[in-house]
Design a protein around this ligand. Structure first.
Ligand code: ME8
Length: 648
């Protein structure tokens, strides 16, 4: 029997359509769910929507709509968004559903009967957006909510309260003796520090409110939205009716949540579960926030990216890949169109897309569209298989530690290695020399590397994985799970599929912010992106659009090429740019010999600032101005005691 794995996301509010920040959490959890399926688990992946918030009712009234009618429409819109992002959730809980009301009632009743819910009056600072009370010392200057930065109001109510204070010691003890319960560790420390400041009972009902689930003990009160929302994690596995399902999947293996809601998940939730006699989840993983050009995403402030528009433009894989690869899981990360395009073009279009098309075009041309036979295996071929096996092990280790960004890089590293392998072994040259045994072995090796990479990358880019596998002509049994991933799984003689471009390169004008909402929102979003471009430029080495516009790219023809003594990555090139002849050094010697470069047309940066180039004796520069491709290796050369040539 397969081991079980139950994972959840937070359930977003429905008073606005989700932005890319919400999508990040969904995609990351989907990657975990898909990975676990690949690793042989029986997975239950739950998401849903938090509909009982007073903000939903408020928004509906503003729009002149009935709240239920409004939340029905929003729940559908949100599910369509997750569909566009290819989420593979097994269930979707709406907190206005009957099954959830039953779960909330049962849970509330258990806690009440245990004496953990009592009635009292309460006064305090209340943030309507968080739907939470704050202590005075938690507020920012001027009585402002620390999360929403809007003014809190003084609220006085007679409510039902949950005896959180009773669980203070138990919680501390639980979190201390279960170090894996809250991750990352920095959050765990924050949680423990919060407990050490003393836990106060919190209100679990609201009086004189109609929207929400009435408490089972007093119909004049509705259940506080956070108390009800957390229970969705139980509803989604059959609580309280379907005990077989509940016993199978509960306790949850991982709740994935954002950094603004750890207090509810790491303190309220385990205490509530202790009170109701329900086992505590294995882990709460607290991820960081995705900013847009350095700014907090906010639909109301117009600073956001619409995930559906982004998917329509670039496909779900590209958006998923960027989010998972670029944002370290557990830390904050930034989205900008510049970094998105750079990452897409480098990893997906160049590395993965090119490897696939280069390999299969040669298979098509020289092997009649059939997986080539394998001849004698040389050490360089075996090295690719060994690299793939090591990358797979690192991938599994990273995934198991929820280091999703690192796991993704391990998957793509197989592609990078295979590209270098092709450049080194040159199957086009062996084919030209009519050595079809060697050519076949090389292409088979590259195809296997692609198959392995497609399996490992499939949780992140599921559509691309299927498309790669279809082009390789792989059948499903060869790609369904990690355990059966063996080198040599492709069968020589099997037909390959129809070739198609996997990820067309993106050529975009970066001053546009595609998929950002129009009108005022666009204007604001764009401004933010511009500012961020400059900030980012300093911190990450990314250039601004203005910098990009300064770059004079030109096509040049290589007239002469020669190796540089002592610099194994450099070639000296003499090139013709328009009417002019120039010299430059290029870091291409690992991929091309000097002879191969002659006659090639290359792209050069024609206006790179002339600079002092350090060179070995007999080298190219001979005191002349050096310009060209950005791959200078001057520091490396200098460390080999080279002789300096200064521009005249
Ligand atoms: O908090 N980057 O709903 P929500 C990353 N209904 N994650 C982000 C984000 C960003 N820019 N913005 C929001 C709620 N999130 C409650 C949850 S669960 C029982 C109830 C994350 O719509 C946020 O941290 O405000 C949360 O995990 C999720 O999106 C939903 O946020």
């Amino acid at each position: 029997m397969k081991p079980k794995f139950y994972c959840t996301t937070a359930i977003p509010y429905v008073n606005a359509v989700p932005h890319l920040g919400h999508s990040y959490e969904m995609v990351a959890t989907d990657v975990i769910a898909r990975y676990k399926r690949l690793a042989g688990y029986d997975v239950w992946f739950l998401t849903g929507v938090d509909e009982n918030s007073l903000n939903s009712e408020k928004k509906a009234r503003e729009l002149g709509r009935e709240p239920q009618d409004y939340v029905d429409e929003m729940a559908e819109t949100i599910q369509k968004t997750w569909g566009a992002l290819k989420l593979s959730n097994d269930d979707f809980v709406r907190t206005t559903e009957e099954r959830h009301k039953r779960a909330a009632h049962e849970f509330f009743r258990r806690s009440y009967e245990n004496g953990d819910i009592y009635q009292a009056s309460y006064e305090g600072y209340y943030c309507r957006s968080c739907e939470a009370f704050y202590d005075e010392d938690e507020l920012k200057e001027g009585g402002v909510c620390p999360v929403h930065e809007s003014a809190c109001e003084w609220l006085s109510e007679s409510n039902y309260f949950f005896r959180l204070s009773k669980y203070e010691d138990k919680l501390r003890e639980y979190i201390t003796s279960n170090p894996g319960f809250v991750e990352p560790t920095s959050r765990r420390n924050e949680v423990l520090a919060f407990i050490d400041r003393g836990l106060k009972d919190f209100s679990v009902s609201r009086e004189s409110v109609k929207w929400g689930i009435p408490t089972p003990v007093d119909p004049e009160h509705v259940i506080y939205v956070w108390f009800d929302a957390l229970i969705n994690y139980l509803t989604g596995v059959g609580f309280p009716d379907d005990t077989a399902k509940f016993d199978k999947y509960w306790p949850c293996d991982i709740h994935v949540i954002g950094k603004d809601i750890w207090r509810f998940h790491c303190i309220y939730w385990p205490a509530m579960l202790m009170s109701a006699g329900v086992p505590i989840p294995e882990k709460v993983f607290v991820h960081g926030f995705v900013t847009l050009g350095g700014e907090k995403m906010s639909k109301s402030r117009g600073i956001y990216v619409d995930p559906v528009a982004a998917v329509e433009e670039y496909g779900s894989d590209a958006i998923r890949y960027f989010l998972v690869r670029e944002v370290p899981f557990g830390s904050d990360g930034d989205f900008s169109w510049e970094t998105f395009v750079a990452r897409y073009n480098a990893d997906l279009a160049n590395d993965l897309g090119n490897l696939l098309s280069r390999t299969l075009n040669l298979v098509q041309r020289h092997f009649d569209r059939k997986t080539p036979p394998v001849g004698e295996t040389l050490p360089e071929d075996t090295a690719v298989a060994e690299f793939a096996a090591a990358a797979r092990d690192s991938y599994v280790e990273s995934m198991d530690r929820y280091q999703l960004h690192m796991a993704t890089d391990h998957a793509i590293s197989i592609v990078r290695t295979a590209n270098k392998y092709l450049a080194d072994t040159q199957p086009w040259a062996t084919a030209k020399a009519s050595d079809m045994t060697r050519t076949g072995t090389i292409l088979y090796t590259a195809m296997e590397a692609l198959r392995w990479a497609s399996v490992l990358v499939s949780p992140v880019a599921p559509d691309a994985a299927v498309r790669v596998q279809a082009q390789l002509g792989v059948n499903e049994e060869q790609t369904q799970d990690l355990a059966s991933l063996q080198w040599g799984g492709l069968t020589s003689g099997d037909p390959i599929g129809k070739l198609e471009t996997l990820f067309p390169r993106i050529q975009i004008k970066v001053e546009e912010t595609p998929a950002t909402q129009p009108t005022e929102a666009t204007a604001k979003g764009s401004n933010v992106t511009e500012t961020a471009k400059k900030d980012n430029a300093e911190s990450t080495g990314i250039i601004t659009f203005d910098d990009f516009m300064k770059v004079d790219l030109r096509v040049a023809e290589v007239l002469e090429a020669s190796p540089i003594e002592g610099a194994d990555k450099l070639l000296k090139l003499s090139i013709r740019v328009g009417e002019e002849t120039r010299s430059l050094v290029a870091g291409v010697a690992q991929y091309y010999t000097a002879e191969q470069m002659v006659g090639k047309r290359i792209v050069v940066v024609a206006n790179l600032k002339p600079r002092k180039v350090w060179s070995l004796r007999g080298c190219c520069s001979r005191g002349r101005t050096m310009r060209g491709i950005s791959c200078w290796r001057s520091s490396r050369v200098r460390s080999r005691r080279g002789r300096a040539f200064r521009d005249p």
